[in-house]
Ligand binder design. Structure first.
Ligand code: 5AD
Ligand code: SF4
Length: 470
């Protein structure tokens, strides 16, 4: 079979070439060999890994969960915080060791760290046992990189923003719920964040392509989609004549998909039209992840977040009033450079006012190349850790309070599988994204069922199966 040279071919505009490289008819050159794929970071990376897996399988590789059995290891990396580097290099140590016993082992790195110049430099100079490196923009080159791996490292990282390409095949982890990209990259350039540099500027997919993908998922029996983007509510702004996010949501709601989630929303682009659309459609779930980052307007300004504490609180109240039962979760960074005790107290105050359903909390991590990295920070790590603990204590209190509201209530849960801790139970999520462990519903995997909540903990609920939902 003639294989076109992918780097020469206009891969992203030439659908046919793309097709050859994505499909079943790719030669199974690695039949019988195994791949180990490890994913760090956010949902975007988890979904990218589903593409990586499909590409590996197109070459004949089969999945293994055991590193020692692998013939190829791919690490899909995250760059959002400094400790991601430590985790990756720790794991790479194991891979290097394994390669001593198995010299033909192929080791590959992709994802956000592979888009960082300093990391790629480091790999070329110090980690010569790594065979292939590719970035977030050029996963489509994976098969080519593997086949053409010669004696030297095969590194292909695009520094340009990358385009949107369609007809991607995924090896989806679930047959029940699916991720659907609606945009790539981010234009917000929050001053602490590396994402706009590693994933490039915002590129929205065409709404017609998104709807086509959702309809295909419905036809294949999927019950739930999560629309994915760094900043979903800015959807379409980069395309001429494209519909906005509220209209896109509406179009997705008009397909036959049972449940729609979307992440992540930026408070700045959150419109009244969106709130109305979410409230109007039963299949748009009443769940919103709305990162606060800080409760201090002074810090928000330094972060480049484009809203004040008051604007966030107003938006929060408006959403709560207009969308009954809505659950709102958030992200908070403590210890942004020179965050004062007063600034931190304002964050606590906003948390007390909002009573979030849950929150991901982080200590600020300096990312080279971002504007915030230039600020000389006078706050000690010890102080930041103390603040994080105090914040987490408060957050957990409200998570428990929010979960307790579900006690003795009947909720709808999409059952996803057998519970890991207790095989006599199944687990799934409510329409407000609460994890529920359920008794007596073994036969209901893939169905939306009514569940009576019998116990509420900080991070999950327990319940009893009542009946299949209507
Ligand atoms: N340090 C700490 N947390 C960060 N986040 C993004 N960049 C940083 C950083 N440099 C957090 C934000 C974002 C979440 C995905 O990660 O809270 O919403
Ligand atoms: Fe990073 Fe801000 Fe974009 Fe989110 S909106 S990805 S925090 S730059």
């Amino acid at each position: 079979m003639h294989l076109p040279d992918l780097k020469e071919a206009k891969i992203r505009t030439d659908k046919e070439t793309e097709y050859i490289y994505l499909q079943e008819n790719f030669p199974k050159l690695y039949k019988g060999q195994k791949y180990f794929l490890k994913t760090y970071g956010c949902q975007m990376n988890v979904h990218d890994s589903e593409e990586v897996a499909a590409r590996l399988e197109s070459l004949g590789f089969e999945k293994t969960e055991t590193l020692e059995n692998a013939d190829i290891v791919i690490l899909n990396t995250c760059a959002i915080r400094e400790n991601a580097h430590d985790k990756l290099y720790g794991f790479l140590g194991r891979c290097k060791h394994l390669k001593k016993e198995k010299p033909d082992l192929i080791i590959g790195i992709c994802g956000c760290m592979a888009q960082e110049e300093s990391v790629v430099q480091n790999i070329m100079e110090k980690h010569k046992y790594i065979d292939i490196v590719f970035g977030t923009h050029n996963i489509y080159l994976l098969q080519d990189l593997i086949i053409n791996k010669k004696e030297k490292q095969n590194i292909e990282v695009l520094s340009c923003e990358g385009n949107v390409y369609e007809n991607i095949r995924y090896k989806r982890d679930s047959k029940i719920k699916a991720w659907v990209n609606i945009q790539y990259g981010c234009d917000k350039f929050c001053t602490y964040c590396i994402v706009p540099y590693t994933r490039g500027k915002q590129r929205s997919r065409k709404s017609t392509d998104i709807i086509k993908e959702v309809e295909e998922l419905v036809n294949n029996g999927y019950k739930e989609v999560t629309l994915l983007g760094q900043n979903v509510n800015a959807y379409g702004k980069d395309l001429k004549g494209e519909i906005n996010f509220a209209k896109l949501l509406e179009k997705v709601a008009q397909t036959k998909i049972a449940r729609i989630f979307f992440v992540t929303s930026h408070p700045w682009d959150f419109t009244d039209e969106m709130i109305e659309t979410i409230a109007k459609y039963d299949n748009i779930m009443p769940y919103i992840h709305l990162p606060l980052q800080s409760g201090s307007t002074r810090i928000l300004k330094l972060m480049g977040r484009r809203y004040t504490k008051e604007e966030y609180l107003n938006l929060y109240q408006k959403i709560k009033q207009k969308i009954p039962r809505v659950a709102i979760t958030t992200d908070i960074i403590v210890g942004f450079p020179n965050e004062s005790k007063e600034d931190f107290n304002e964050t606590l105050e906003v948390v007390k006012k909002c009573e979030f359903d849950s929150a991901f909390t982080f200590i600020y991590s300096k990312r080279e190349g971002t504007p915030a990295a230039k600020i000389i920070d006078k706050v000690s790590m010890e102080e930041k850790e103390k603040r994080l603990q105090e914040l987490n204590k408060l957050i957990n209190q409200y998570s428990l309070k929010a979960n307790k509201k579900y006690l003795n209530k009947t909720v709808k849960v999409l059952v996803e599988g057998i519970s890991e801790k207790d095989s006599s139970k199944v687990y799934g999520y409510t329409d407000t994204m609460k994890l529920v462990n359920i008794e007596g519903a073994q036969e209901q995997i893939g169905n939306i069922i009514d569940v009576l909540i019998t116990e509420a903990k900080s991070f999950s609920l327990d319940g009893k199966y009542l009946a299949k939902s209507k």
